[in-house]
Ligand binder design. Structure first.
Ligand code: PGA
Length: 249
């Protein structure tokens, strides 16, 4: 049942210039060609089209880091789902914690997931609690985020969405969550999706994100019950990302 692992390189607002982006892309491409995984690069929107146009292979996919929750129109500074598709991305990250911190709501995430379907983009939907209280309330929070994000997803399409569980407290932190805790969360997420969308939910890919690097990626993939990883900092340097991919061999 398991597909090739999906490793998403979330460049966030890096690198500083398009020249450096081309260099980072070249290093990422070289590393991806040797790895038995699918790599998805999410560059800043301004770099997306040109990088995607340069690439002719099949190993790498492209993602937008965000898109606007409305039809094309007067929205200064925004990028539409259709524009993302037109730039040759096939994925879009939705509801990243850094977008939620800027005010994106669970309902916005649901709207964006619907809009991604209309443009035939695979949504990479980020969920995750802000903090871990000992009462287990984080499960309730994650279930609510999933419910709102997937409300308009038709059951047969549920296997096409990607869920990235990113506990907010692990993003940018020195260490990730333990693989054992991820395993528990992955079971919970899968159970929740199967309850709402049926057996096809068994095929929904679940990723982990937050402080992944070459020292912990392999363990998370093999023991965390995940189908891939969402990588921030460790994807912003070509050599570091190459080490990470090599560590999965
Ligand atoms: P990090 O970020 O790998 O730098 O912790 C992960 C993310 O925000 O997707």
């Amino acid at each position: 049942m398991r597909m090739k692992a999906l490793i998403v390189a979330n460049w966030k607002m890096h690198p500083a210039t398009y020249k450096e982006a081309k260099q980072l892309f070249a290093a990422t491409k070289k590393a991806a060609e040797k790895a038995a995984v699918t790599v998805v690069i999410a560059p800043p929107a301004l770099y997306l089209r040109e990088l995607a146009a340069q690439y002719k292979g099949k190993r790498i996919g492209f993602a937008a880091q965000n898109a606007h929750a409305g039809e094309i129109g007067s929205f200064t500074g925004e990028v539409s789902f259709g524009q993302v598709r037109d730039a040759k991305a096939s994925y879009v990250i939705i509801g990243h914690a850094e977008r939620r911190a800027m005010g994106e709501s669970d309902a916005d995430v649901g709207t964006k997931v619907s809009m991604s379907a209309a443009e035939k983009l695979t949504p990479i939907i980020c969920v995750g609690e802000n903090e871990r209280a000992s009462d287990g309330s984080y499960f309730t929070r994650v279930r609510e985020q999933l419910r709102m994000a997937l409300a308009d997803v038709q059951p047969p399409r549920i296997s096409q969405v990607v869920i990235a569980y990113e506990p907010v407290w692990a993003i940018g932190a020195p260490r990730p969550m333990s693989a054992r805790d991820m395993h528990e969360m992955a079971i919970f997420i899968r159970k929740t999706i199967v309850e709402t969308h049926g057996e096809a939910g068994m095929h929904t890919r679940i990723l982990y994100g937050g402080a992944i690097d070459d020292t912990n990626a392999a363990e998370m993939l093999s023991q965390g019950d995940v189908d891939g990883l969402l990588v921030g900092r460790a994807s912003h340097d070509g050599a570091e990302f190459a080490r990470l991919l090599a560590s999965l061999a």
